[in-house]
Design a protein around this ligand. Sequence first.
Ligand SMILES: [Zn+2]
Length: 328
Amino acid sequence: MFATFTAPSFGPVHNRPSSGRTCRCGVQHDQEDDVLGTPLDPDTYDYEAAVLWNAHAGALWRRFSVYLRREVAKRAGLSQRRFRDHARVSFAKVAEYQKRGAVHFHAVIRIDGPGGGDTPPPPWATAELLTDAIRAAARKVRVEGPTLDGRAHTFTFGRQLDVRTIRSADFNDGQELTERAVAAYIAKYATKGAETATGTLDRPLKFAAELAQLDISDHARRLIRTAWTLGARKDLEHLRLRAWAHMLGFRGHFSTKSRRYSTTLGALRDARAEWRRAQATAANDRATDTTYVLAHWVFAGTGLSPTEAWLSASLEPAPGTEGEPTNG
Ligand SMILES: [Zn+2]
């Protein structure tokens, strides 16, 4: 199954209702409108809860995965102990930022036989059973957060939960599910209506004063400032909110930069160096258990620029070698 888990609401935001009605602000927003996803009223938007939710999203997911195994076992009529002899539930997830700056998770969840991907799932392991278990676990899961100034925070997933059966052969090979496989699947079948990032930073902040100069939306600025301010609290030290303020509180990593390269040799060199750095960072991040965050996909255009056409032509096989494999 392919499932998307969202954050709850932290206040009304500008949107494009699927009913075709106008936004609550009275405007029919264009799809490209920068205001989409930003609060209708920033002064009442719950920035504190929004940042803290991102900071607890990883914990919420981990607990969900425990609940999910429990819900699947229950529906199969098995105790948790005996469950292991019958089936294995495996999953991989990636994170993505919604325009409002809340993280959401895309996950691929699969039931195999007790030996993992090499063994066929038991007959009771249907898509319906798994969907039902996912929905039940997502509904029940909650993480108790900190109490700040007399307010006790509790974190749950939002009501918007999308679960669908994967009908392609992408995950049929019995391979272990990986973040990369999930990212590749999403890239291949770009989920309809997937929202893109709110414009976060690609590096940690050193000083709050930097914020004023950055070319980001006021909404992103306010989320980052909230994380920075909360990061000063002793009781929230474990969330390392200053180190993760640029990620709006969420401890995740990007593997690809959503940067457009013009195809010059210098740019290619930079791209290669960038890729190596990203690989090194990814290796580090695996050690610290962060979540892979999908890059922001942008439409770059179709066809080739004159430079790309020239480069492409120069890469064509020399006469007499046609038919040999190339890395085009
Ligand atoms: Zn609006």
